[in-house]
Write a protein that binds this ligand. Structure first.
Ligand SMILES: Nc1ncnc2c1ncn2[C@@H]1O[C@H](COP(=O)(O)OP(=O)(O)OP(=O)(O)O)[C@@H](O)[C@H]1O
Length: 224
C-alpha cells in the first residue's frame, strides 16, 4: 500500500530583511486510501506545502518519501517521470488547455511519454464516464460549466492512476451543491484507486469530508 512520510520539512523564501520561514517543521504520515485536508490562514504556506509534495518546488530541509523513495534525490529527468507516474494535480482554476477537447485534455499526461495507447484512451473514457461527462468528450473547456471543468481536471489527474492526488482548492469556485458533487466524485475515485488524497482548502465542508483535518499554523501541521 502507498505510504507518504514527511519528516521535518522546511521551506523559506527570501524577503526584504529576514527570510520568510513558511514551513518550519512539517511532519505527516498518510497511507493509501486515506484523505487529508490541510486548512489554515491565507499565506500560512498550504500551497507551498502542496507544491513541495508534488515536487514542483524543493524543500530547504527535511524529507518526503513516497513508498520509501525520496523524489528529491532523483535527477531532473527521473523526477519528471516520477511526478508523471505518481502524482495527480488538481488546481482550483483547473489549468485546462482551451483549444483542446475534453478528451484531449484528459490525455495530456500521456504527452510526456508520447504514448496515448489504447488502454489509456480506454481509461480516459472510463474516467470521463465516472465523472459524468461521457457526452462532453468533444467539447472545448469554454463550452463547459465550472463544475464540469473541475471534473475534467479530476479525470485528467487520475489518468495515470497516481498514488498521490494533490488538490489545491478543488471546489473553491463552485456553488455548494456542485462542490459537494465534485467532492463526492473525487473521493470515490480516490478510494477506488486506493490513492492518498490531500486537499488544501478554506472550505469547512470539503475539510469535513476528508478522513483527517490538519491545520497549518506557524509553519507546523496540527491535527485538528
Ligand atoms: N516563490 C515565492 N517567493 C517568495 N515568497 C513566496 C513564494 N511563494 C509563496 N511565497 C510566500 O509564502 C507564503 C505562503 O504562501 P502560500 O501560497 O503557500 O500560502 P497559502 O496558505 O496557500 O495561502 P492562500 O490560502 O491565500 O492560498 C506567502 O506569504 C507568500 O507570499
Amino acid at each position: 500500500m502507498t505510504r507518504l512520510l514527511v519528516e521535518h520539512l522546511q521551506k523559506s523564501f527570501p524577503a526584504a530583511g529576514e527570510p520568510l520561514h513558511v514551513l518550519r517543521d512539517i511532519c505527516m504520515e498518510v497511507s493509501g486510501g486515506q484523505s487529508l485536508a490541510i486548512v489554515g490562514p491565507s499565506g500560512s504556506g498550504k500551497s507551498t506545502l502542496l507544491q513541495i509534495l508534488g515536487t514542483l518546488d524543493r524543500p530547504d530541509g527535511g524529507t518526503v518519501k513516497v513508498d520509501g523513495e525520496d523524489p528529491f534525490l532523483l535527477d531532473q529527468q527521473q523526477v519528471a517521470h516520477w511526478r508523471n507516474q505518481k502524482v495527480g494535480f488538481i488546481f482550483q482554476d483547473h489549468h485546462l488547455l482551451p483549444h483542446l477537447s475534453v478528451m484531449e485534455n484528459v490525455l495530456i499526461p500521456t504527452l510526456a511519454g508520447g504514448r496515448a495507447n489504447a488502454p489509456l484512451i480506454e481509461r480516459a473514457k472510463e474516467l470521463l464516464q465516472a465523472v459524468g461527462l461521457s457526452d462532453r468528450v468533444g467539447h472545448l473547456p469554454g463550452m463547459l460549466s465550472g463544475g464540469e471543468r473541475e471534473r475534467v481536471a479530476i479525470a485528467r489527474a487520475l489518468l495515470m492512476s497516481p498514488s498521490l492526488i494533490l488538490a489545491d482548492e478543488p471546489t473553491g469556485n463552485l456553488d455548494r451543491r456542485t462542490a459537494e458533487a465534485v467532492t463526492e466524485v473525487l473521493q470515490s475515485l480516490q478510494r477506488d484507486n486506493n490513492a492518498i488524497l490531500i486537499c488544501v482548502t478554506h472550505s469547512e465542508t470539503l475539510a469535513a469530508a476528508m478522513d483527517q483535518r490538519h491545520e497549518l499554523l506557524d509553519g507546523k501541521l496540527v491535527r485538528s
